[in-house]
Design a protein around this ligand. Structure first.
Ligand SMILES: Nc1nc2c(ncn2[C@@H]2O[C@H](COP(=O)(O)OP(=O)(O)OP(=O)(O)O)[C@@H](O)[C@H]2O)c(=O)[nH]1
Length: 198
């Protein structure tokens, strides 16, 4: 079921997975590779799902019907280890809808019902907010929430000045808080120990 026709989702599948020691996107959880699982949930909330990754060919055999790859490129003079903020900016440049749902690929406990509830709240987000995110004791959860497409110029300016931290970037702008009724769903799987508990 798609519940909003004006929503795009961006799923990030890049980075080094250095703590895990293998590509997190391909790790099976209950037999389904994490990236495939997250994309399928994204499709329950949005009409268009982009997977932003430096290596689309690595994922071409996954079951990802309807998802479109955006191949990420390095910034001038840099490596591809630029981090999720740059991956997000490269995906956002392709987005045509007012709102985009951003998801990391390493969220094994995502709850589609919670995301769909959040989607219904977007219409009442204040005009000045650039994003609607959950907040937990460590700060905003940037990799499971919603951004307005129009934040792209500010995002690019921050990146061009060397900024790479979501938390630092978000600190400069109004962000709407989403209710976090199930904090467990934001659990991200970074290490083999995390995996064992998934
Ligand atoms: N597209 C893209 N996604 C990234 C990039 N860096 C991290 N991600 C994604 O962002 C999410 C969180 O990544 P992290 O766990 O912070 O970083 P990581 O590099 O994957 O893992 P570590 O090396 O263990 O820190 C995951 O979904 C990654 O796939 C990047 O440069 N490009």
């Amino acid at each position: 079921m798609t519940i909003r026709s004006e929503l795009t989702a961006i799923v990030l599948a890049g980075g080094k997975s250095s703590r895990m020691g293998q590509d997190k996107a391909l790790i099976p959880i209950q037999g389904v590779p994490l990236l495939q699982r997250v994309c399928s949930i994204a499709q329950s909330c949005a009409d268009v799902v982009y997977i932003v990754t430096p290596w689309p060919e690595r994922y071409q055999d996954l079951l990802l019907p309807g998802c479109q790859f955006i191949r990420e490129v390095p910034l001038s003079g840099e490596s591809l280890a630029h981090g999720p903020l740059v991956g997000f900016a490269q995906g956002l440049a392709e987005v045509q809808t007012e709102w985009v749902l951003l998801l990391a690929c390493d969220l094994p406990r995502l709850r589609v019902e919670v995301l769909q509830d959040w989607v219904t709240r977007l219409d009442s987000v204040g005009d000045n907010a650039i994003a609607a995110l959950a907040h937990h004791p460590k700060g905003w959860e940037p990799l499971c929430g919603f951004y307005r497409r129009r934040c792209l110029p500010q995002l690019l300016e921050f990146i061009n000045q060397g900024g790479r931290s979501f938390q630092q970037w978000l600190r400069q702008y109004p962000v709407e808080v989403l209710p976090l009724v199930e904090p467990e769903m934001l659990f991200n799987c970074n290490t083999p120990e995390d995996l064992a508990s998934s």
